[in-house]
Design a protein around this ligand. Sequence first.
Ligand code: XMP
Length: 535
Amino acid sequence: MSGTPSSSRAPQTHTGEGPVLVVDYGAQYAQLIARRVRETQIYSEVVPHDTPVDEIVRRDPAAVVLSGGPASVYAEDAPRVDGRLFDTGIPVFGICYGFQAMTSALGGTVEHTGVSEYGRTDLSITGQGGALHEDLPGHHPVWMSHGDSVSKAPEGFTVTAGSRDTPVAAFEAPERGLAGVQYHPEVAHSPHGQEVLRRFLHDIAGIRPRWTTSSIVEDTVAAIREQVGDRRAICALSGGVDSAVAAALVQRAIGDQLTCVFVDHGLLRAGERAQVERDFVAATGVRLVVVDAVDRFLGELAGVADPEEKRKIVGREFIRTFEQAARDSQAEAGEAGEQVDFLVQGTLYPDVVESGGGSGASTIKSHHNVGGLPEDLQFGLVEPLRALFKDEVRRVGLELGLPETIVHRQPFPGPGLAIRIIGEVTAQRLETLRAADSIAREELTAAGLDRDIWQCPVVLLADVQSVGVQGDGRTYGHPVVLRPVSSEDAMTADWTRLPYEVLERVSTRITNEVPEINRVTVDVTSKPPGTIEWE
Ligand code: XMP
């Protein structure tokens, strides 16, 4: 929040009907904090740090959380907290940089001590620990990441914890609804952090927890009914989690006014078409049109080895195919005197935050498969997942009765297996990769590793051949690469240390059961420098 501390009072109209607002000071933690707030069953949104205090007050937030950030409160251009925020009656929780900014704004002292704390640090509770730390272990680990330190809490605040190098690591004035911690309660390295955040929200701020999966479903279904009314909508199903859950919500809201289109481009993994055609339809009762466009896609991809070119072709052909299906659907609706007015999209909350969008108008994401529809196909957008994080989407999917196989499906690129074949894509190569991939998936699932692995692309090096031996004969086959990775968000990833026995089973089965493959290799590169997909 911009502005200098000031003594003029902000209007006190706080009733707390709005969301918890997490003010983003530019660290990577704001979205994580918002997720942690939601885990306490309270709705939260991220807002930029230059949001004026009047705008914050207008949103009538249940509380404000000031996030961590990379700046020093001493830096000239450091984002500040407008001191008027603390006169509004809105409960405020400061974290890391937010804790220091809060200290400065309220007249405490932040010092550049020259001692930084980074990483796991021992927190010692002072006195009874106050509302936030009472009854927690007297010493426990927390995650710190700061250069400056608070040396004196603002007037009227009780210091409730410290560390070796930071005497003031937590303070609170619960009767005013204000508190803060120097450490990061939102990360897993602070094992009591979630409880501390919960105590702030439930006990100090007094917010009633009501953001539950069933309330999400109920509210979203009502909002979709309100938006669409008795008109019709269309949705492209990709086989992925987001489009499946978005479609299931819209189906719950408007039933047969929704038509789903599934384009089979022939680049999916084994069994994925059946999952949509059979399992998804059985679970939701959705009206589904399947377009078999395998020949069209393979025809366009023939002779193309360049990955960017493949991506372009798949994107372009997908739009053309979907457009045709949408036109057909409009024509059919037209005969019944109706019109298809809405396109359903599975946009998630992180996309909304990252594109700087709030609750305002949205655009179709260009990297989505359904992008850039032509002028004559004018749709309003229905985006039922716009407020949700991925884990919430999965829970909603389960609540709506979608099968585990869809809800917990690993991320899969839009261009599908086309970019997991290094070299030209052909029907034969797709068949080979599909067979190897399905063995790998089967064995990883059987070993109970699905939840430990973010995803495990299997890559066919179609232009590489090497000598092998099978029985008495020499073979000249292709290698596949297993690329198991562990990750939180796909931005960074580490290679998963799979047990040797599992690797052995996968390798033996692939080389025995897939005649074109005579070597199985494992990619042991983290991201960065490697990406997850090979392409
Ligand atoms: P990379 O290879 O860049 O992948 O490390 C990061 C994550 O994105 C997925 N991915 C895609 N997802 N459409 C998608 O919906 C795409 O075109 C696409 N390309 C990569 C990849 O599987 C990984 O999870």
